[in-house]
Design a binder for this molecule. Structure first.
Ligand code: NAD
Length: 268
């Protein structure tokens, strides 16, 4: 099937890498006009250039999701260029792991909250008016399996992702209450092979003895399907939630985790 989001205008935060990059690519391929934003001013323009060369409609805007001032500018730019917003994928996020919560500095705790929670709050605050102008839209928030269950070494990350999960449900209820045609859902990836794993500090809990975390290695042991997921496999779920195929879906959570949340890894 093609053209599943034809004619829609979509904003994807954290669109320069990993899951965000795959989402930008798939939405553009399926006919959307995509605004990809990211702090990464090197990779972001490359992602968009590749797509436009292939005939896709996409632009890149540099954006730190923690800056309210920048959110106001990005929203104004979208209003000026397109006059509407149909899809928000609030995806930008980081993970900070520590051997014990007592090793977590307040500065890191706040940094993670700022990107993973403040950034999502601001994305909604500045996207809703653009969506309401045209009678509806779809908001997709990137949570995590860590937003559904605890993870040793990742308590701070889990707190942000659990927060995103209930924030999504609450905004879904708020939108339904006013009947503005906006649906809101969260996506919960398991272990996905993206650059995020290389950014998690060495020595984190579960990483082994000061070894960097290898997602493929970790997923082999921890995932019923026995492998890490691909960014494109998360993008397919996002596409479903962005498209009209999910028109009756709001306030729910889409878990894409190779079976991790379902139960213990079966004996192989
Ligand atoms: P990634 O590191 O490949 O991509 C994240 C992107 O966010 C990067 O391009 C980065 O520059 C951008 N970013 C970071 N801080 C930012 C800021 N302040 N403002 C704007 N952009 C910023 O990671 P990913 O794996 O693609 O992660 C995407 C999302 O998926 C995150 O929210 C992450 O928590 C979530 N997630 C990932 C996994 C996984 O296993 N990879 C699992 C569950 C959830």
């Amino acid at each position: 099937m093609t053209g599943q989001v034809e004619g829609k205008v979509a904003l994807v935060t954290g669109g320069a890498s990993g899951i965000g990059e795959a989402v930008v690519e798939l939405l553009a391929k399926e006919g959307a006009t995509v605004i990809a934003t990211d702090v990464d001013e090197l990779r972001g323009p490359d992602v968009v250039a590749r797509l436009t060369k292939a005939g896709g409609k996409a632009i890149f805007l540099e954006q730190d999701v923690t800056s309210e001032e920048r959110w106001a500018e990005v929203a104004a730019e979208i209003a000026k260029r397109y006059g509407r917003l149909d899809v928000l994928v609030s995806n930008a996020g980081i993970g900070i792991a520590v051997p014990s919560i007592t090793d977590m500095t307040l500065a890191d705790w706040r940094k993670q909250n700022a990107i993973n929670l403040d950034g999502v709050f601001l994305s909604v605050k500045y996207s809703l008016p653009l969506m309401r102008k045209h009678g509806g839209g779809s908001i997709i928030m990137m949570s995590s399996l860590a937003g559904l269950r605890g993870a040793a070494g990742l308590a701070g990350y889990s707190a942000t992702k659990g927060g995103v999960r209930l924030f999504a449900k609450s905004i879904a209820m708020e939108c339904a209450a006013v009947g503005d045609g906006i649906r809101v859902n969260s996506v919960h990836p398991g272990i996905i092979d993206t650059p995020i794993w290389g950014k998690i500090p060495t020595g984190a809990a579960g990483a082994g003895q000061n070894a960097p975390i290898d997602p493929e290695e970790r997923a082999k042991m921890a995932t019923p399907l026995g492998r890490a997921g691909r960014a494109a496999e998360i993008a397919s779920g996002v596409l479903y939630l962005a498209s009209d195929a999910s028109r009756y879906v709001t306030g729910t959570e889409l878990v894409i985790d190779g079976g991790m949340n379902a139960g213990a890894v079966p004996r192989r």
